[in-house]
Design a protein around this ligand. Structure first.
Ligand code: NDP
Length: 429
């Protein structure tokens, strides 16, 4: 079985890390060449992906280690420019692993396609007419994308909503048809959009009104993934802080975020620090995931914490995270970007539901990493030490100079570009 515990990985050179990963994973010779080349995403591929291409934009790709999720070890590729995220996720994953690991689950992967109907002479009669024709509309939608039905997916249900019924409503009434579509292992945007566009004329005929928008909803609240962890306090001890102090601090931090949007936005940004890098590394649409996650954080009507932290009867710290997670293991860029292919291979993921669960586990770990630092030493101590190398590079340091300048920035407790420029000048004289 593959392990995600690789002691000393952070001390290895990049070459050593690459060799180890090549040994651990059954890449073909061509894949090894493509994945570990200087430019895995070729300009030709990039030119076929988007418009007006002039180059490719690279991000560091690191590995989140120590993750044990539902008893399975995961090495987690993370593409991100921010220092300390990968280290923090791996640190918390190591703690949680000692507590038995994360447990996760996911609902069925049902995505939503919306059809907007305006100008009905009687909106309630139009709604009834749609419901009477429900099975015909579902059949027509499935006929527009038979291959997803053959894969075990397709439209599973249909609902109709009337918006702006209140007399003092600011906008006119509209009928919204929701198609609930199982997109199997695809994120599904193109599948859903094809289906809703194809049935729009039928909806117009049934309602005798006009259809405008036909598009998926990124509020994927029927594609939820949940992660959970239970951590004994002795695993939370940090420096002079007892495990109980850390646990209580984390719970107070959660209560702060859950009560105050100013804090909740930053708290949730820290969760997305873990989620986005995995979404990006696997070639998924991070804007879709971001939009859905933040909307879900506001589902009560107020913007709140995405995570919940509490203590159980035994005094353990208990963490939970539930989010819409519309990601795919096929479609989009997952099979186009060579590094997305590599990431999915390293993850050893079998389905989109499994990927969604891994991603929320990383989000939960990342949140605890940030909160644990905030309630103990503060975020700057660990973060700035790791950030010092970027500061040195921003000041013009190259090669061995990067380490020399970064070390001195940490020692002098002045991790800022102005100081780094002084040091670069001093050492290059
Ligand atoms: P694709 O259009 O690439 O479709 C995925 C295809 O993969 C399916 O149609 C299916 O085709 C094939 N497939 C192979 N194996 C499976 C499997 N096990 N499960 C499901 N499908 C399988 O991708 P998506 O429809 O997922 O679209 C995602 C892209 O759409 C992303 O790039 C996203 O950025 C973009 N997008 C997002 C929007 C939004 O979020 N609002 C709007 C528009 C686009 P077949 O059965 O024929 O083999």
């Amino acid at each position: 079985m593959k392990t995600s515990r690789i002691p000393g990985f952070y001390k290895m050179t990049v070459d050593q890390r690459q060799e180890l990963i090549k040994e651990m994973h059954p890449f073909s010779v061509q894949e090894k060449e493509a994945f570990f080349s200087n430019s895995p995403l070729t300009i030709d591929t990039a030119d076929n992906m988007i418009e007006n291409v002039i180059g490719t934009f690279q991000l560091p790709l690191g590995l989140g280690l120590n993750f044990l999720i539902n008893g399975k070890d995961y090495v987690i590729p993370m593409a991100i420019e921010e220092a300390s995220v990968v280290a923090s996720a791996s640190h918390i994953a190591r703690i949680v692993r000692q507590a038995g690991g994360f447990t996760t689950e996911a609902t069925e992967r049902v995505m939503i396609g919306q059809i907007q109907v305006v100008g009905c002479s009687d909106f309630h009669a139009a709604k009834e007419a749609i419901l009477i024709e429900k099975e015909n509309i579902i059949m027509a939608a499935n006929a527009a994308y038979p291959s997803i039905v053959a894969r075990g997916g397709g439209v599973v249900d249909l609902e109709v909503r009337i918006l702006n019924e209140a007399l003092d409503s600011k906008y006119g009434q509209m009928l919204i048809v929701h198609l609930y579509i199982n997109t199997v292992d695809a994120m599904g945007a193109n599948i859903i959009n094809t289906m809703v566009e194809s049935v729009a004329p039928l909806v117009e005929e049934i309602t005798e009104a006009k259809v405008y928008l036909r598009i998926l909803s990124n509020y994927a609240d029927r594609s939820l993934a949940r992660a959970h962890c239970v951590i004994p306090t002795e695993l939370l001890e940090t420096g002079d802080f007892s495990g109980e102090e850390v646990r209580d601090g984390v719970i107070h931090a959660f209560e702060f975020a859950d009560s105050d949007p100013y804090r909740a936005v930053t708290h949730n940004k820290g969760i997305m620090n873990g989620i986005d890098p995995v979404v990006i590394a696997t070639g998924n649409d991070w804007r879709a995931v971001e939009a859905g996650a933040h909307a879900y954080a506001a589902k009560s009507g107020a913007y709140r914490s995405m995570t919940i932290w509490s203590k159980d009867e035994a005094g353990n710290l208990v963490g939970e995270l539930e989010l819409p997670m519309a990601v795919g293991t096929v479609g989009g860029a997952t099979k186009v970007h060579p590094l997305a292919k590599m990431a999915l291979n390293i993850l050893d993921i079998k389905s989109a539901r499994e990927l969604a669960q891994v991603i929320v586990a990383v989000g939960l770990a990342q949140n605890l990493g940030a909160l644990k630092a905030l309630v103990t030493d503060g975020i700057q101590k660990g973060h700035m030490a790791l950030h010092s190398r970027s500061v040195a590079i921003a000041a013009g340091a190259t090669g061995e100079m990067v380490d020399i300048v970064a070390k001195e920035l940490v020692e002098t407790k002045q991790i800022r570009v102005g100081k780094a420029i002084e040091l670069v000048e001093k050492y290059t004289k």
